[in-house]
Design a protein around this ligand. Sequence first.
Ligand SMILES: [Zn+2]
Ligand SMILES: [Zn+2]
Length: 264
Amino acid sequence: MEKTQQNKITFLGSGGGRVVFSSQIRNFGGFVINIGNHQIHFDPGPGALNSLAKNKLSPSKTDIVFVSHSHIDHANDINAIIDAMTMGGVNESKGILISVPSVIKGTKKDYPWLRKTYKNQLKKIYTLKSGDEIEIDNLKFHATKTFHDDPDCIGAVLNYNKISIGYSSDTSFSKILKQEFKGVKILILNVLRPGKDNWDTHLCTDDAIKIIDEVKPELAILYHFGAKMINANPLYEARRVQRATGVRTVAAEDGMTVSLGGML
Ligand SMILES: [Zn+2]
Ligand SMILES: [Zn+2]
């Protein structure tokens, strides 16, 4: 788990929910996957650029940004990241955004997160809905279903060589999720609440157990922690998941890296 490894996941932040958002006891910069020649930044919430610098990752190396939905803790820094990725639009040969209509086009109630200036700096934009699949070089993205209060919200399964990484994004529990992530080697789940504290827009630990037990990835990563989860200690919750499922499970921390080297 060294930062110099080429193929890796770096968690810039691990916070979720309004209380943690406002106190910033955990950061909200999203996570970055370095795989092959690609650097993919998922859900750049506020402070993303600062967290990249802290983790010695350069936004100019990012070529793909994935924004799962229009909530501030996932989409806030989209324009800043695009500007840094394309060097203010000078580097026209790169810059791909994968996101959803609420982020790119806006909704009846609100403007899009993506401002025109930064939209014009991008090389390509993919506007996805769940079930869609796209291929960029040797990377395959499949947009997964979510059950969340932005109806456009998607998760993702990313495939590259032998590796597949699933990301739930924000969602409540549904049996469908077990199907969506079937066969992934690494499963990142946004588990906002501990224990059996289930909610209609997010997962709790007991929900995560049901999904992980069925999917049986090689590694499960709990991510996006609300205040109750942090008070319960995500490390203990991860141990409980591991005991219940037999799947190696870790709790994300700001700055944590997971090597993909052995899996490619
Ligand atoms: Zn969220
Ligand atoms: Zn959300």
